[in-house]
Design a binder for this molecule. Sequence first.
Ligand SMILES: NC(=O)c1ccc[n+]([C@@H]2O[C@H](COP(=O)([O-])OP(=O)(O)OC[C@H]3O[C@@H](n4cnc5c(N)ncnc54)[C@H](O)[C@@H]3O)[C@@H](O)[C@H]2O)c1
Ligand SMILES: O=c1ccn([C@@H]2O[C@H](COP(=O)(O)OP(=O)(O)O[C@H]3O[C@H](CO)[C@@H](O)[C@H](O)[C@H]3O)[C@@H](O)[C@H]2O)c(=O)[nH]1
Length: 438
Amino acid sequence: MRMRVSVIGTGYLGSVHAAGMAELGYSVVGIDPDADKIAALSAGSAPIFEPGLDELLMRHLRSGSLRFSSDVEDAAGADVHFVCVGTPQLSDGLGADLTDIHAAIDSLAPLLDRPSLVVGKSTVPVGTAHQLSDKLARRAPAGADAELAWNPEFLREGRAIEDTLRPDRLVFGVNSERAEKILRELYGTAIAGGTPVVVTDLATSELVKVSANAFLATKISFINAIAEVAEVSGADITSLADALGYDDRIGRKFLNAGVGFGGGCLPKDLRAFMARAGELGVADALTLLGEVDAINLRQRERVVELAQRLAGGSMIGRRVAVLGAAFKPHSDDVRDSPALTIAGQLHLQGADVAVFDPQAMEKARVIYPTLEYADSVVDACTGAHVVLLLTEWPEFRELDPAELGDVVAARVVVDGRNCLDGNAWRAAGWTYRGLGRR
Ligand SMILES: NC(=O)c1ccc[n+]([C@@H]2O[C@H](COP(=O)([O-])OP(=O)(O)OC[C@H]3O[C@@H](n4cnc5c(N)ncnc54)[C@H](O)[C@@H]3O)[C@@H](O)[C@H]2O)c1
Ligand SMILES: O=c1ccn([C@@H]2O[C@H](COP(=O)(O)OP(=O)(O)O[C@H]3O[C@H](CO)[C@@H](O)[C@H](O)[C@H]3O)[C@@H](O)[C@H]2O)c(=O)[nH]1
């Protein structure tokens, strides 16, 4: 009989994971208390923008291998339960809020009356899985037969389906050979396709995840720090990154300088990692990450200051076009988005800010309701004194500077992602400013 899988929490991670597990041939139920989300998913229309997700949902809803429910009791029949609930930043700005993950285990445990595996995928501070494992053993009617494993997720938004079906690596944090065997069977397709597997303990698996995100964040802040120096030296950060990247030991990926990292993962995971190190008495070990965070936030301030300078000193009575609201292209996720932070700051300083994003308008409106949301790039730029490109959507890269020049009040562009051809924009009469570029 094919394995039955439940996915607890169907947000950015869980919705893709549920559809991915159905694609791998399992019988899947996705559980989430958010009734609107469940209604949308059940209709085959994901509440998030993720390329290919609607098609995958529709295919497996139709075949009957995928369903969604807001009642956790519907997870009772599954053999494996993936926990994908949110672990957002606490309101004090430091540690991770583990309320939802404890609530998820509390609601699931009483349903586990036969051998089953609960697999944590959420990103958690090291030590959390051990606590949840104890809780499960105490509360599940099956006792030790209801076991916990940790299988951190490394998917990138915008490429989430590919990353789910063909991950770079799999990490299994397990307490038993039985748990390892079940996970190997579940991911058999990827393993047969060559995906390497690291089998380890719970604590290592939790730490792998936060270390991976901390390393990626460090790479981005490193290049952004160098970009500040390049800018005042007349050097060019993009050529510099290309030259660094040819060294295999360094690699070109994650060396794109600009307004820095945002989203629902890198910033909050970095801060939660530092907070956990503090609780463990080794805060000094991670002081580097405090600097990574500070460098990252400084990039947003640098763009605000640059826009002010280019607008003549004051933002009052100035119109600014912000191209991009999502934290990265091919996503509608606006959590901790550099583009929206910058737009919000300029608005507070009196600018008339018009935002356009191909996918993230609806979600942006919820958190910044007072900004103007334009229907197109041209609408946003009409009458603008400064154009800020802050998310590198392909359609923004391909803009024609001559055509856009006809609608703006002043031909001034800040390329916050260093993705435009500065020479072409200058040739069309624009004042072009990249970050870390001549
Ligand atoms: N977004 C990503 O690309 C990504 C990638 C890897 C890891 N992660 C990690 O995965 C976790 C989820 O992230 P996300 O971006 O999907 O968050 P999200 O906010 O989009 O989704 C979380 C979902 O959990 C649901 N939920 C809350 N309490 C619940 C409960 N008790 N039972 C069932 N569902 C519940 C919420 O309603 C929400 O739909 C986080 O720990 C995150 O760090 C995310
Ligand atoms: O050279 C670069 C690369 C990325 N970014 C920015 O960094 C942020 C994060 O990008 P990315 O890592 O591609 O997006 P996420 O979907 O948030 O994925 C990260 O966070 C996920 C959740 O933990 C992990 O699963 C992924 O492995 C990890 O890459 C975005 O704002 C990007 O614009 C840069 O500024 N420069």
